[in-house]
Write a protein that binds this ligand. Structure first.
Ligand SMILES: C[S@@+](CC[C@H](N)C(=O)[O-])C[C@H]1O[C@@H](n2cnc3c(N)ncnc32)[C@H](O)[C@@H]1O
Length: 424
């Protein structure tokens, strides 16, 4: 049994989102009928459209509140002072009927295969909606409220199974990478979702997950991203799907990618302070044959200073075209060839530090390498060397405008800020 409003939602194509609150922030959500999120989730909130189905998960009490509908599109600062400005990405909401609660909500979401920080597919939204039906509430009243998913009837389970295939298809199409929380990133394959990102046969292709995480963290929809050495266009494809603009160059663009502009990264034809983020996955030396172009930096050995000198020209140009305060991500790996180790990563990092300040350093696990075979593993053990297991992703920032004006760098150390506050 479902209400007429729920029936209306069930029949419509539903797009759902789960917002999160805590013991402290819940009452403000209800008083203002406003849900909010921090910058980390900006893209998700900005994708909310008026009419979308919304739920509110209190992560402290583990209760899911519903059913809400978005009254506005997701926007920045609808009510600037709400939650003292901590959650500026907001949406106005209205209740659909009386507010209903589901206890032990995280368990239910897990059971339904729902990750609460991701947009719900139509199918997920419908299944979650079913748990808010009057029937479920009656069952809850009979003392089974703690585990409503334990009450799935065989009939419901069958429906669930039937839906599984189409849901799996929809999910793989809409699949988004996890938003990384640590400095160790490890991906099972090069791309996600149904549409390929870049070409996984391209030599040295970048894992699309890495670029997705960079743009989620350091850009907003509509921002302009530059990739001056974009190879098969992974950056272009990720940006397109996430609503970011992208300018992508390569010294030898693949013939099937007309959007990639042929250009030498050592001279970027863009004005100063122009782009919102840069991603670079440069050659690591002359270990890969990318193309026959004489100006390909991938023809210079990383055992020579010349290699770093040429990459520094790219860095200098990146610094010039990047807006102050904005971020560049540079992916690079070390080399071990003919019994000689070259710390390509450290050398590149040293050069980057001449222009940028460090935000963080990520370790990206190397998979799918030609050398990751049983024979090479055996050789590595027998002859006492190591196969390359990771790459560095250097996340660097151009100093903000104020610091550039004063000719100095300012870094806000949270530790000192905290100490200052506690002593007052
Ligand atoms: C590691 S690959 C980039 C892979 C790319 N991110 C992708 O996902 O397909 C490095 C790229 O740098 C390009 N490259 C080398 N020298 C260059 C130069 N001087 N200017 C622009 N691109 C250059 C190569 O052609 C190659 O495509």
């Amino acid at each position: 049994m479902v209400t007429s409003v729920q029936r209306e939602m069930i029949n419509a194509k539903t797009c759902g989102h789960i917002f999160v609150c805590t013991k402290k922030t819940e009452s403000e959500c209800f008083q203002r009928m406003l849900f909010g999120a921090s910058k980390t989730y900006a893209a998700d909130v900005l994708s909310v459209k008026a009419g979308d189905l919304l739920f509110l998960l209190n992560v402290d009490s583990n209760v899911l509140h519903g059913i809400f509908r978005a009254k506005s599109d997701g926007k920045q600062n609808i009510v600037q002072e709400a939650w003292k400005g901590k959650y500026p990405y907001q949406v106005e909401v209205e209740l659909m009927g009386d507010v209903q609660k589901i206890e032990n909500a995280k368990g239910l979401l897990k059971k339904l295969g729902i990750e609460w920080h991701k947009t719900l597919t139509d199918d997920m939204a419908q299944r979650l909606l079913a748990f808010f039906s009057p029937k479920e509430n009656e069952l809850s009243k009979q003392g089974a409220a703690k585990q409503p998913w334990g009450l799935l009837t065989p009939e419901k389970v069958a429906v669930g199974k039937e839906k599984k295939t189409s849901e799996a298809e929809a999910e793989s199409e809409n699949e988004k990478p996890p938003l990384e929380a640590t400095t160790l990133w490890d991906y099972p394959r090069q791309s996600y979702g149904k549409k390929p990102k870049g070409n996984n046969k391209y030599p040295g292709v970048t894992p699309a997950f890495v670029i997705w995480n960079m743009i989620q963290r350091y850009t907003l929809p509509g921002d302009l991203v530059l990739d001056p050495m974009c190879g098969s266009g992974t950056t272009l494809d990720v940006c397109k799907e996430e609503g970011r603009k992208a300018i992508c160059y390569d010294i030898a663009p693949p013939p099937d990618r007309p959007e990639i502009i042929q250009n030498d990264a050592r001279k970027i034809p863009l004005p100063d302070n122009y782009v919102d983020m840069i991603f670079v996955d440069s050659p690591y030396g002359d270990n890969i044959r990318y193309n026959e172009h004489p100006d390909c930096i991938g023809k210079i050995s990383s055992e020579t200073e010349a290699f770093y000198d040429e990459l520094e020209k790219v860095m200098k140009e990146c610094y010039r075209v990047l807006k102050p305060g904005k971020v560049i991500g540079w992916l690079i790996g070390d080399q071990w060839v003919k019994k000689k180790f070259t710390p390509v990563g450290f050398n590149v990092y040293q050069r980057l530090c001449k222009y940028f300040e460090t935000v963080d350093i990520i370790c990206v696990v190397r998979r799918g390498q030609a050398s990751h075979t049983g024979i090479w593993y055996n050789r590595a053990r027998r002859f006492n060397f190591f196969l390359r297991g990771f790459k560095y992703l250097f996340i660097m920032r151009k100093a903000p405008a104020e610091a550039l004006d004063k000719g100095k760098r300012t870094i806000k150390w949270a530790y000192y800020d905290r100490n200052k506050n506690s002593s007052t």
